[in-house]
Design a protein around this ligand. Structure first.
Ligand code: GH3
Ligand code: MG
Ligand code: MG
Ligand code: MG
Length: 324
């Protein structure tokens, strides 16, 4: 069925993406000082790709490092220069490390071809270069590179998902717990001040009941955005529970943390939340409990426990308050 097909071959599928992109034009660098050979190879490859020819191997390193090439072909028979050395330099430079390399060599040069393959050159072509073989081997390397790029970004995305809350984009609890544990385990960080805020939206259940769960989600997203807006980049903002957010303030004392909490509380109260498909705006307030690390604390649990007790006091004394 259509739905099945789009699920199997949709844009989210790394293999489908990679396959689709193999048809794309690639950018190639050909390091070759034999003019006739360079012209023939460039003509064959030029039908499908953009080819830059560089005859000077010293210049080739800079061109390769500056340019954004998908693949580099290197002649092993350069005049007065060891093409294998160029390959090894390209393999060790940060900018060119990931770029596939293909050696172009004479058949009797087996020993150097093997050495090249040994240190990571991806493939080779024997002279006289067959144009179909040239195009096919280049295409194979481009496909492999595209696929590993797509795979890498998919892995990166799933690693981000593991530490990010899907609804709000804030860090999730797992991330917070890890980070907190680090602040207490690392002896250098152990001595630094740190404060923790627990924020809990007031009467959130009533917001859900009045405007619906979707509107509640929207309020949560906007709430998260505003909190992020009023914290520094070094602060850790994490969704702690349903409508609870924890903020860690590195290097902040209790008074400073209290002031930041009070500012956030005012910013939430000060501007009503706009809810999609509803002309009314929703008045939202938040209660915040504040605590800081004490020298006798052995782990993060105690600080958050104090913040939670302070939050309870804020709720008990009428909500829309900060307590420390
Ligand atoms: P209080 O002022 O005492 O904090 O009252 P409250 O209603 O906010 O507290 P309570 O803990 O009783 O209710 C929290 C509600 O948050 C209940 C739950 O349905 C809702 N909630 C939790 N997670 C989500 C979510 O992801 N989306 C929505 N829309 N609601 C959520
Ligand atoms: Mg709650
Ligand atoms: Mg509650
Ligand atoms: Mg609440």
């Amino acid at each position: 069925s259509r739905a099945l097909a789009s699920r199997e071959f949709g844009m989210g599928d790394p293999l489908a993406l990679a396959t689709a992109e193999t048809g794309l034009n690639a950018s190639l660098l050909l390091v070759e000082d034999r003019r006739g050979s360079a012209e023939r190879m460039a003509a064959a490859l030029g039908q499908y790709h953009t080819v830059t020819v560089e005859a000077d191997p010293q210049a080739a390193i800079h061109v390769a490092a500056e340019g954004n090439f998908d693949l580099v072909l290197v002649s092993l028979d350069l005049e007065g220069f060891d093409g294998l050395r160029l390959c090894s330099q390209l393999r060790s430079l940060e900018r060119t490390r990931q770029v596939p390399l293909i050696m172009v060599a004479e058949a009797h040069d087996r020993a150097r071809i093997v050495r090249g393959l040994d240190f990571g050159v991806h493939d080779y072509l024997l002279r006289p270069v067959d144009r179909n073989e040239l195009v096919a081997r280049v295409r194979t390397q481009i496909r492999r590179k595209r696929f590993s790029e797509v795979l890498r970004s998919a892995v990166q995305a799933s690693m981000e998902m593991a530490v990010t809350d899907g609804l709000t984009g804030l860090h999730n609890r797992r991330y917070l717990d890890n980070h907190l544990a680090g602040l207490f385990a690392d002896p250098r960080l152990r001595e630094r001040p740190v404060a923790g805020l627990i924020l809990d939206i007031d009467h959130f259940k009533a917001i859900n009941d009045t405007y619906g769960h979707e509107a509640g989600d929207e309020v949560l997203r906007t709430f998260a955005d505003r909190v992020r807006l009023h914290t520094r980049t070094i602060d850790i903002v994490a969704r702690y529970g349903g409508e609870e957010v924890v903020i860690l303030l590195p290097d902040a004392g209790l008074a400073e943390a209290y002031a930041i909490a009070e500012r956030i509380r005012e910013r939430i109260e000060g501007t009503p939340f706009q809810v999609h498909r509803d002309t009314r705006s929703v008045a939202v307030t938040v209660s915040i409990g504040v605590a800081n690390r004490r020298p006798e604390d052995v782990g993060p649990g105690e600080m958050l426990k104090r913040a939670d007790l302070a939050l309870y006091r804020a709720k008990a004394s009428g909500r829309n308050r900060v307590e420390a």
